[in-house]
Ligand binder design. Structure first.
Ligand code: FRU
Length: 456
């Protein structure tokens, strides 16, 4: 099959009707057909938020990556657009891998990884540039790749060199790129004057167990006066993938990063490869809700789609503490407020808020006929999250540093995101109950639960 945009679009038109609704989220973004993983090229451009994403348009399994594309005015309702890039060049023929976007002279530029697998199995990854003047049609730079193995530091593996995140500082372009160097993940810094010619500058983060055997999807930004490096890591020995945020200071004279603290960005089980962008002074993050153990569940069950994004979140720093809040406003269909003990039907695609959180011993149960998600404040600083159904039994403690504080749940048909303690403790979870759900029965002892439901 020739991997062109036209071929993928034709296939999509013929097959989108085959997508099953059973687990499909309403307010979480999923591809119209096929597989989705990381968010790419997040940017606000020409009046829209743009979400490009790792996409196999031909099936519900990970395979030869394209860049899918959707746009939104409010970060809730997404409009599907034609595939932005297909693996149609020599240097990206086995995958248009992850990358990022930047606007320069009114033109949208993206920098992404080209993935190539030679006949003998040797993998080569390079960095490439493409641009667009309408966000929809892209031109790949004729002199791609712009970064290849020659610009890796000694010990760098050309098979693991990917996911450029491009940004500006003091009038110059920079990109943080992940690489395996001597068998361990590092975050490398590259520099450019024109986005087309790039040089290696320095390694910003290395020799840290949390960087894993390979780091993926690095991000750099400034928040609350501190510099932040966010990264996802493939850990050795099949340990779960990790997503961490390192806070500190990037010394622009020496181009080195002094790390002051390191913490997980999300305590959940299904959170990976987040990317951020800035708009109107807000730092907005979109993650991929990767369900590690059941990554192929939907493919195996003929759903014809797989993978969803987390709800866009706004990252802030309050008194030196990192906070995340869902960036969902304005689109609510109905709001209801429940008093004390109550049992109610809650539509999926709802945001539940408890202004003061749960008191110790209190719980919230969200039940279907064949499954339940339970949230219980077991101690002042632990919230226990559980999912029980025939398909899965999962359980995790969420550490809630400030005790009480607002608790916000973003509930969808197959995802729950918990923002506890005013967003200081966050956990994302994907769940699959055996039968389809449109509502869940809420049972709880909560004080003043507000429910905002979305009409999607
Ligand atoms: C992360 C990742 C990236 C890569 C992409 C390929 O999930 O492995 O490192 O660019 O997905 O789809």
């Amino acid at each position: 099959m020739t991997m062109t945009i036209q071929a993928a679009e034709k296939f999509a038109k013929e097959n989108t009707a085959q997508v099953a609704a059973q687990y499909r989220p309403k307010i979480h973004f999923a591809a119209p057909y096929g597989w989705l993983n990381d968010p790419n090229g997040l940017i606000y451009y020409q009046g829209y938020y743009h979400l490009y994403y790792q996409h196999n348009p031909y099936g519900a399994n990970w395979d030869t990556m394209h860049w899918g594309h959707a746009r939104s005015k409010d970060l809730v309702h997404w409009e599907d657009l034609p595939i932005a890039m297909a693996p149609d060049e020599e240097y990206d023929r086995n995958g248009v891998f992850s990358g990022s976007a930047i606007v320069h002279d009114n033109r949208l530029y993206v920098m992404y990884t080209g993935h190539v697998v030679a006949e003998d199995g040797t993998v080569t990854e390079t960095q490439n540039i493409a641009w667009s003047d309408d966000s929809i049609h892209f031109t790949k730079y004729e002199k791609n790749p712009v970064l290849a193995a020659a610009q890796l530091p000694a010990g760098g593996d050309p098979a693991d060199f990917r996911d450029p995140k491009v940004f500006t500082h003091a009038g110059r372009f920079y990109a943080v790129i992940a690489a395996a160097v001597d068998g361990a993940g590092q975050i490398l810094l590259y520099e450019s004057e024109d986005l087309l010619h790039w040089q290696y500058t320095s390694s910003l983060l290395a020799n840290l167990p949390e960087l894993g055997r390979m780091t993926e999807c690095p991000d750099f930004f400034t928040i609350g006066g501190q510099d932040a490096l966010v990264f996802s890591a493939i850990m050795p020995n099949e340990e779960p993938h990790l997503v961490q945020i390192a806070l500190g200071k990037l010394d622009w004279a020496t181009k080195t990063f002094q790390m002051d603290s390191l913490q997980p960005l999300d305590q959940g089980l299904d959170f990976y490869a987040p990317q951020s962008f800035e708009h109107n002074g807000r730092r907005i993050v979109i993650p991929w809700l990767r369900h590690a153990e059941m990554v192929n569940y939907l493919a195996d069950h003929d759903q014809n789609w797989n993978g969803q994004m987390g709800i866009p979140r706004i990252l802030t720093m309050v008194d030196g503490q990192l906070r995340q809040t869902p960036a969902v406003t304005g689109a609510a269909l109905q709001t209801m407020t429940l008093a004390e003990t109550a049992t109610r039907s809650i539509p999926v695609a709802s945001i539940l808020t408890l202004k003061k959180g749960l008191a110790v011993g209190q719980s919230i149960d969200l039940e279907s006929p064949d499954g339940v998600v339970k949230l219980r404040q077991t101690t002042a600083d632990t919230l226990e999250l559980q999912v029980h159904c025939d398909l899965e039994q999962r359980q995790l403690p969420i550490k809630t540093p400030t005790g009480q504080g607002a608790l916000t749940l973003v509930l969808d048909r197959s995802a729950l995101e918990v923002f506890a303690s005013d967003g200081a403790a966050v956990a994302s979870l994907v769940f699959f109950f055996p039968t389809a759900i449109d509502t869940l029965k809420y049972a709880g002892e909560a004080n003043q639960l507000t429910v905002q439901s979305f009409d999607m």
